[in-house]
Write a protein that binds this ligand. Structure first.
Ligand SMILES: [Zn+2]
Length: 478
């Protein structure tokens, strides 16, 4: 038989004094134990790491500083000094003789999860694929990515998972659910199925407003016709999107190609042109408007290069720094005779080839005018825009366009942090800033291609990767 009521618990009888004493003692011991654990954890977390003999490119645009000592405590840089600092014996010292550190790269125009192998589809946006791509960005030294309008309904959740570490790797920023044209750009046939395609200004306003509670970092619009192949979004639609976004304190970034569209978008108050103007030279009137209204510019030169580069079998296709970034099947696809023939016979290839030098001219003019330019690549939008590699290619192309290596690095670091309002964590290396940086074998202020000599990636005071060429790194990501 099961007893219906539990037997009464018998309490031991203590005198008041002994109970009080034992409680006090027990409490005292517990407090001491907790204190010891806290102090241990604190000592562990606060152990100083000292980088010695290192060259620093700090992201501010200043020249490389040689023979520096960097003290890291917890997740932050405590000090940067010339020569040797006194280091406590408990500190962990890492001699970086001959090596250079620079801030993590900020990619302000990327796409997450859409591509997998040689396919592109919203169906690829699984947590596994996000994780894989964010870790790949990180091993190439990218600290944060602004995903430009293709994250679908889960955009806020993906960003939240990134913040709490459930999605490790580069930090996610998101332009939520972007706005395309009805039957237009971005084409649904290319996998862009998770965008709004409003037909009236009222519909557009309501679709902006419904995203406000999830706080997208930007609102994205696509204003392009892909060389006359698709209808362009009507100005009254993007005008309504921009106006409604601004009412809610949200900034708007626009996919753009043509000078006339850029002019119209800027006149309507757009905050960011998220690609280069590629059909004509920008004029002083537009540059003046952009300056006056603080419109930022993201050139994405690598996108234009990727569009035709593989047709000519560029020598970097054989580089391990490139191949380590590829999903299975991509190398076979882009080096196949069929693929090269397709690029060479494509009716828009000639326009794409002309677009890159035009984009470079416009970048130089816009940069020199003092407009905020940040690095973006459009990597991850299609399987041939290679995440991780593209960001380094972009740096090299900006230098080819006429920026100095130090200017290009500032565009890739400080300027991206400014655009995303994350200068506390990213963009520059200085006392008090987060210890977020790339360790390079060679100094990229001498040759921008040296950003490809990654030896380690540090985030929040911890080494998180040995770079893409470390043995087994890429294999471990999948
Ligand atoms: Zn894009």
């Amino acid at each position: 038989m099961i007893p219906l009521s539990r037997p009464k618990r018998k309490f031991p009888v203590y005198s008041f004094e002994s109970t009080f004493l034992s409680r006090t003692l027990r409490l005292g011991v517990e407090v001491l134990m907790v204190l010891a654990v806290v102090m241990c954890a604190d000592a562990f977390a606060q152990q100083q790491i000292v980088l010695t003999n290192v060259t620093i490119i700090d992201g501010t645009g200043g020249p490389a500083q040689r023979n520096r000592t960097v003290v890291i405590k917890g997740d932050r840089i405590q000090s940067i000094a010339a020569g040797h600092e006194h280091t406590p014996s408990s500190a962990k010292v890492i001699d970086l003789q001959g090596q250079t550190i620079m801030p993590l790269i900020i990619n302000t125009h990327g796409h997450l999860g859409l591509t997998n192998g040689t396919t592109q589809s919203a169906a690829n946006q699984t947590d596994d694929n996000f994780r894989h791509q964010l870790l790949r960005y990180q091993e190439y030294g990218v600290g944060a990515v602004l995903s430009m309008g293709t994250d679908g309904k889960r955009f806020a959740e993906i960003r939240e998972e990134s913040r709490r570490g459930a999605l490790p790797g580069a930090d996610v920023y998101t332009a939520g659910i972007g706005f395309g044209a009805k039957n237009g750009v971005p084409p649904a046939t290319m996998g862009f199925t998770q965008v709004f395609r409003p037909e009236t200004p009222a519909e557009a306003r309501s679709e902006v407003a419904q995203q406000v509670p999830q706080k997208p970092d930007f609102i994205k619009v696509w204003v392009d016709d892909f060389w006359g192949q698709y209808p362009t979004m009507l100005p009254e639609i993007y005008g309504a999107i921009i106006d409604e976004a601004h009412k809610h304190g949200l900034r708007v970034a626009a996919h753009v190609y043509h000078l006339q569209d850029a002019r119209s978008l800027v006149a309507d108050g757009v905050d960011v042109l998220a690609h280069s103007i590629r059909d004509a030279d920008v004029d002083d009137a537009l540059i003046g408007e952009m300056k006056e209204h603080h419109v930022a510019y993201i050139p994405t030169l690598s996108l234009d290069d990727f569009a035709f580069a593989y047709g000519d079998s560029p020598k970097w296709v054989d580089d391990a720094f490139f191949t380590a970034a590829l999903d299975p099947g991509v190398l076979e696809m882009i080096t196949s005779p069929e693929y090269k023939a397709k690029v060479q016979s494509n009716k828009v290839t000639a326009q794409e080839q002309a677009a890159l030098p035009e984009a470079m001219r416009n970048l130089k003019k816009i940069y020199d005018a003092g407009i905020l330019v940040s690095l973006g690549t459009d990597s991850g939008a299609t399987p041939i825009r290679i995440q991780g590699f593209a960001e380094h290619m972009e740096l090299a192309l900006m230098v080819q366009a006429g920026l100095t290596p130090i200017q290009a690095i500032t565009v890739a670091t400080l300027n991206g942090a400014k655009l995303l309002h994350i200068e506390d964590q990213y963009g520059t290396l200085a006392a008090g800033k987060k210890a977020n940086f790339i360790v390079l074998e060679k100094d990229p202020s001498q040759d921008i291609h040296n950003t490809q000599t990654i030896r380690a990636v540090w985030k929040d005071g911890n080494k998180v990767s040995d770079g893409p060429l470390a043995a087994g790194t890429s294999a471990m990501l999948r």
